[in-house]
Design a protein around this ligand. Sequence first.
Ligand SMILES: Nc1ncnc2c1ncn2[C@@H]1O[C@H](COP(=O)(O)OP(=O)(O)OP(=O)(O)O)[C@@H](O)[C@H]1O
Length: 298
Amino acid sequence: MSLPAIRIASVTKRYGSVQALAGVDLEVDRGEFFGLLGPNGAGKTTLISSLSGLVRADSGTLEVMGHDVVSDYRNARRKLGVVPQELVFDPFFTVRELLRIQSGYFGIRHNDDWIDEILASLDLTAKASANMRMLSGGMKRRVLVAQALVHRPPVIVLDEPTAGVDVELRQGLWQFIRKLNRDGHTIVLTTHYLEEAEALCGRIAMLKAGRVVALDTTDNLLQRFATHSLRVRLDRPEIAGRLGATLAEGGWAEFALDTYDEVEPTLARLREAGGRIVEMQLGEADLERVFVEVMHHA
Ligand SMILES: Nc1ncnc2c1ncn2[C@@H]1O[C@H](COP(=O)(O)OP(=O)(O)OP(=O)(O)O)[C@@H](O)[C@H]1O
């Protein structure tokens, strides 16, 4: 069996009194499109930074394509491309200069053919000679992606790559990342846009307070929780509450259902209890609901 793309075992990291990572175990196989989700402060960036060597874990081991990120740092770093969350650049370099410098960090010279290809894929060709300070936020983010790819890493980690990015660019970016994944790259993504994670990721880990609290395929996660919901707005919402629904704002109540077959009996019970339905909606479970449930119970 080939080694996993990423192996994280018993990793802990503390910042003063904050336990940012409290014993994380995680393996990502080669070729996966993997999602790392969690609320603000869950430890996602700390985990990614530990993987890229920006942060030193207090204990545990991290490997990229079989290379330990501490004892075999150079090889581990070569196998990894990280698109960081924060936009930090030297404003005086042009896009091409920046990508050449980044290539130099990895000891790669004469990288212009590949740089041109990346620029074209990210729709940045026209900006190759522009100074970084002249680019919009969305374009800077694309340059961050380009920067992560100059050394052709097999494993690519993206930390909230679409934060503050417009819809068109987001779709373009995903198309490109999907292509990289189809070409065999392992992708790890953190995002707060759960519909993006649902659409893209085959497997997902959810972190809370530095621990993995859910880890499964996206399909299993969606199925593990009630797959459908019946939302009703009643003239007397408390009736639905007595029948086991979750009450929401505006008089809405929500029943979690395993199948659509349960819709009719639920409506019948409501009618018998004297509830009059003012409005009604049927919904599929989505990752957002799963996320809320997992975080609530973890
Ligand atoms: N350099 C640091 N010094 C002190 N505390 C830190 C540092 N970096 C992170 N933390 C703390 O560690 C915890 C985990 O932070 P981290 O940035 O890893 O979370 P995250 O899941 O990436 O959050 P977000 O979704 O907001 O990006 C938080 O409580 C954070 O305040």
